[in-house]
Design a protein around this ligand. Sequence first.
Ligand code: ASP
Length: 585
Amino acid sequence: MLRTHTCGELRIKDVQQQVTLTGWVQRLRDKGSLVWVDLRDRYGITQLFLEEGKSDPKLIEAVRQLGREFVVKATGKVVERQSKNDKMPTGDIEIRVETLEVLNPSKLPPFTIEEDTDGGDDLRMKYRYLDLRRTPVRESLQLRHKMAQQTRTYLDSLNFIEVETPVLIKSTPEGARDFVVPSRINHGEFYALPQSPQTFKQLLMVSGFDRYYQIVKCFRDEDLRADRQPEFTQIDCEMAFVTREDILSTFEGLIRHLFRTVKGIDLPSLPHMTYADAMANYGSDKPDTRFGMKFTDLTSLVQGKGFQVFDGAELVVGICATGAATYTRKQIDELTEYVKRPQIGAKGLVWARYEAGGSLKSSVDKFYNEQELKKWAEAFNAQPGDLILVLAGPADSTRKALSELRLLLGTQLGLRDKNTFSALWVIDFPLLEWDSEANRFNAMHHPFTSPKREDLHLLDSDPGKVRANAYDMVINGTEVGGGSIRIHDRPTQQLMFKKLGFTDEEAKKQFGFLMEAFEFGAPPHGGIAFGFDRLCSLFGGVDSIRDFIAFPKNNAGRDTMIDTPSTISPDQLRELGIAVVEEKK
Ligand code: ASP
């Protein structure tokens, strides 16, 4: 090594040692008679100094010429600092420089490379390699590394083996579009990049591998949305000879292991909530259970009092915000504006305020006297000082809108602390989901998910009611993982494809290999996949997953650093058998 120590290593006990450090110049401070340099590497920052009268004047002059981010090698003696800095692990010492060599100069970086930077998103993405020098970004990647290590430790201890599956494959449907790769050798033919290793991990169960996992890249060509990456990483797992309960307890174990080893948190065991309950109580299949504010159905209580909005509604449903009676009219108007935004789609918001003094006031006083409002309060178990908020309309969209309002209030009332974790399983998802545009059912999870046996008889008469052996893990209102017990016999899989609108021919062409494998002694099996980037961001207490990916794409799906996607040459296109529009001579 060119160095004897790292920049994060030296302490008071090292005083008098002769050392050599290497790193980047973070900052230079020139007080005339004294010159300091903060030298930074991955491990920390150590202060170097030179003193007029004591250090070589030529050396002082050379140091004065150093710019930010120059790479240098410095030797000198460790000395105790006059004024210590207890905010830095190395803050008790500094290095009296004796020699200094510039290993490589640097252009002036386009943004400051410090904890808080002045660089905007675009600039930091274009120079991601510089952004990665910043401590918070580096720490995010170190957290990711630790999570991956601990995932492997846990799964390995349970006999899971990591198997790599191919990247050039044929479509695996997870509900997104495929990225495709043209084949040069077979013109007109394409590979698809895996949306997940789903079919391969199932085949590994047929092969008898029994317990598989892989920390694996997946690719989905979805419409762009904030914080979505076209390529992302999953912790992908599959087990044979298991029931749903086995899977839930195994992976509850994984998540609790991660919380314990990475964050030092003892996560309580995860409650199970049915999809139906999640929707009824929270209006969401990924409820944020860090706080209560569950839904109360008021439909029968409030209808028939002459208030048209409620009388004509399929559902009247509300939440009670503890202690929010202090909300001003302006604040309530803002909540109304919020739910009326097109993305939320509610028509309006009804409120009832349970004043601290015990009286009740509402925005619908004309239709509901105080006695009636008391009944509302009872339904919510509201106390003086609380605020009741009510939405009405079609059941599904009203629940969804109220769910958004609940989250907003949770945030406003400080109930969504990033360092509090509430995890649960949501189980018994519907098997199918009606696609009103395509006029047919889609698999809610994917087509390999098995229906619950007790619901099988509904598959013909009322397919929308059939529940699946599918489950999601939800933490703080985020779906961090999901999976299912699979179909493992050909007739059921064939039937499933049929229900999803595949002709026998299409099913065979796309998934014949899997259905055939099911005829060679496929064991019962099931699995799960966790969104690894998301899990890391949750552990890191940061909203964006981008910080946890070394080289992410921006919100337009571009990597602006290497400038891709980009065009390829006509020669390359020709070689791939992709039609080139010839320029006119
Ligand atoms: N392949 C599924 C997904 O990517 C997970 C699973 O069913 O194991 O969501």
